[in-house]
Design a protein around this ligand. Structure first.
Ligand code: FES
Length: 166
């Protein structure tokens, strides 16, 4: 049985009737036409479906859409106008931080949240005492480990993130 769901996505409000089992990922792609968010594994392992929920990165394939009410969802479609997201997109272009591009929207959304986590002083496994001033390549790789790139464009991805993090 469908239920009524109110979502806020990229600053817009939507009223939807959804099966409570529908993931946020499928809701974005199939109900809202926001196909920039990609489906890779559909089980929380690849990061292709990463979006921001109240500025925190989530795998949208794992989140039931009905649980995303009262959250501000931000997808790749809003990143060009995002304070940090636009710079991240430019840096990915400048450093060839992609090959086929399938993982790129998730990589960019994840980068935006990761940089905020770092600035907030959230430690990582590589740098348990991380200071916001020092984001090393090893730390970038560790903090981005949830976003896989099957083409192996990691050097470009790290270079792009390094540039924005400076
Ligand atoms: Fe969600 Fe792979 S599609 S983590």
């Amino acid at each position: 049985m469908n239920v009524s769901v109110q979502l806020r996505v990229n600053g817009m409000s939507y009223e939807l009737e959804l099966d409570p089992r529908v993931s946020l990922l499928d809701c974005l792609r199939e109900h809202l036409g926001l196909t920039g968010t990609k489906k890779g594994c559909d089980q929380g392992a690849c990061g292709a479906c990463t979006v921001l929920a109240d500025s925190q990165r989530i795998n949208s394939c794992l989140a039931p859409a009905v649980q995303c009410e009262d959250m501000e969802i931000t997808t790749i479609e809003a990143m060009a106008a995002h304070e940090v997201g636009g710079r991240v997109q430019d840096a990915f272009l400048a450093h060839d931080g992609f090959q086929c591009g399938y993982c790129t929207s998730g990589q960019i959304c994840s980068t935006v949240a990761m940089l905020a986590e770092h600035r907030a002083g959230m430690p990582s496994a590589v740098s348990p005492e991380a200071s916001p001033a020092a984001l090393t390549d090893a730390e970038i790789r560790e903090r981005m480990a949830g976003n896989l790139c099957r083409c192996g464009a990691y050097n470009g991805i790290v270079a792009a993130i390094r540039e924005v993090a400076r």
